[in-house]
Design a protein around this ligand. Structure first.
Ligand SMILES: [Zn+2]
Ligand SMILES: [Zn+2]
Length: 139
């Protein structure tokens, strides 16, 4: 198994490589993630120093909350990153990883805010708001 992961946006203008292990995938059902994605956000993450981005000048950062920012490709619109001011890690959209992704499902957060047009039908843990491990301030 390679000790890294690679991925890209839809158009390929932005590519990335992570070093070492990445976090299990967290599914966020908050209103911001719902609006950005049309469904929910599925993201792994990596330590800042373990992520290398090529074509980073093509990433537009939208500050979606007081400390949260969302990075997306300015050409194709793919949601790619989420970062929290001052955090040592950065979230990376699971769908942006090249396959086989070797990503592992984790748990759901902000289930109280999920869209009313789908159900969560797996056995993963569900949190109504955030989980103890996640930095957020969507309120
Ligand atoms: Zn793109
Ligand atoms: Zn969210």
């Amino acid at each position: 198994m390679p000790d890294f992961h690679t991925g890209s946006c839809l158009c390929g203008a932005v590519t990335f490589k992570t070093r070492g292990d990445v976090r299990e995938v967290v599914y966020c059902h908050c209103g911001q993630c719902r609006r950005q994605t049309g469904l929910y956000y599925a993201a792994s993450n990596a330590m800042n120093e373990d992520l290398t981005v090529s074509g980073g000048e093509n990433v537009t950062w939208y500050q979606s909350s007081q400390k949260g920012s969302r990075g997306f490709c300015r050409t194709c619109g793919s949601a790619l990153f989420w970062k929290y001011e001052g955090a040592g890690h950065i979230s990376i959209m699971a769908g942006a990883f090249d396959t086989p992704s070797r990503l592992v499902p984790g748990y759901h957060i902000f289930c109280e805010d999920k869209g009313d047009y789908y159900e969560i039908n797996d056995d993963l843990p569900q949190y109504g708001k955030s989980s103890p491990d996640i930095l957020t301030n969507t309120e």
